[in-house]
Design a protein around this ligand. Structure first.
Ligand code: PEP
Ligand code: MN
Length: 337
């Protein structure tokens, strides 16, 4: 952090700023030029609220050198993080495939989809029990009954469960029943939820908010990690742009960008980012080539009658075909499915 002092700052003002810097556990590096008096803050500035300097009348500008996130920052953790989920892991050499319906609808539906995605080689089963729908009149999910059905599907297939949480009062329930807790795009900045999830040790799949910058996504990860839970997996799921042809715009550039900035695994959701089942295959391939650590793909046995997101769901046979192609692509990229 660099502080540019005002021309009118007195020696007393400068001393006061230096005192504040030391109180924060840092030291100062002063540079006095012809026109500018600059104080560099030396040390770990990631936990300093820059407002304390901005509010100081003697300070003209506060400039950043270091990113505001620390735990998720690659600078302090150069190795890629692998998040352990049961006897599997997400990140590293692995290409993790999470597949399943948008929502759990019935026992037959979830058991049949779980069985087929498992046979195709998926490593994890997704399924929403609590659904964040735009309209209160749309299907809201089977809620706790949905979690029970997911558990049955896990018992039958051995696939770990990924499911979305929407409120803090269900944390205990999710910690007990779910293997990866998903925080959806709409809750990426639900800071109370993030703080509470930070107190657990469950893997958290944090989806990028639809209008969130990469830095905001990493700051949300920081909320979870600073609470003590470093098991965070990030997910690029498309952002809102002026383009209306697709549901969202998949920001493929977020993959190498996040990989440069952070050591956390990054997966891609080609289903929500396009809203179109026939775009899932090309964007899945693109995501792998761009360096994604995995994919979360919506698969439904009867998309036409799905209670949620049928238009973006691929059928099990198409998913199976996609997995065959992914196995070849993964090998070319030096990855393991
Ligand atoms: C989902 O994965 O079912 C979902 C609602 O995704 P998003 O939060 O990315 O919209
Ligand atoms: Mn969905």
């Amino acid at each position: 952090m660099i502080l540019v002092m005002k021309n009118t700052a007195s020696q007393e003002d400068v001393n006061q700023v230096k005192k504040m810097i030391r109180e924060k556990g840092c030291t100062e590096h002063e540079s006095i030029g012809l026109n500018y008096h600059i104080i560099g803050v030396v040390g770990d500035t990631s936990e300093i609220d820059e407002g304390i300097f901005q509010r100081n009348d003697a300070v003209d500008k506060v400039l950043h050198v270091q990113e505001p996130y620390k735990k998720s920052n690659r600078m302090f953790h150069p190795e890629n993080t692998e998040v352990k989920v049961g006897n599997q892991s997400i990140g590293g050499k692995k290409l993790s495939i999470i597949a399943g319906p948008c929502s759990v609808e019935s026992e037959d539906q979830i058991l049949s989809i779980a069985k087929s995605v498992k046979e195709s080689g998926a490593g994890f089963l997704r399924g929403g029990a609590f659904k964040p729908r735009t309209s209160p009149y749309s299907f809201q999910g089977l809620e706790l009954d949905g979690l029970e059905l997911l558990k049955k599907a896990k018992a039958k297939t051995g696939l770990p469960i990924v499911s979305e949480i929407m409120s803090t009062d269900l944390i205990e329930e999710f910690v007990e029943n779910v293997d990866v807790i998903q925080v959806g795009a709409r809750n990426m900045q639900n800071f109370d939820l993030l703080k509470e999830l930070g107190k657990t040790n469950k893997p958290i799949l944090l989806k990028r908010g639809m209008s969130a910058t990469i830095e905001e996504l990493l700051m949300s990860a920081e909320y979870i990690m600073s609470g003590g839970n470093e098991n965070v997996i990030l997910c690029e799921r498309g952002i809102r742009t002026f383009e209306k042809y697709t549901r969202n715009t998949l920001d493929l550039s977020a993959i190498p960008a996040i990989k440069k900035l952070s050591h956390l695994p990054v997966i891609v959701d080609p289903s929500h980012s396009t809203g179109l089942w026939w775009m899932v295959e090309p964007l899945t391939k693109a995501a792998v080539v761009a360096g994604a650590d995995g994919l979360i793909i919506e698969v439904h046995n009867d998309p036409k009658n799905a209670l949620c997101d049928g238009n973006q769901s691929v059928k099990p046979d198409r998913f199976n075909n996609l997995m065959d192609k992914l196995k070849v692509l993964a090998q070319i990229e030096g990855r393991e499915i």
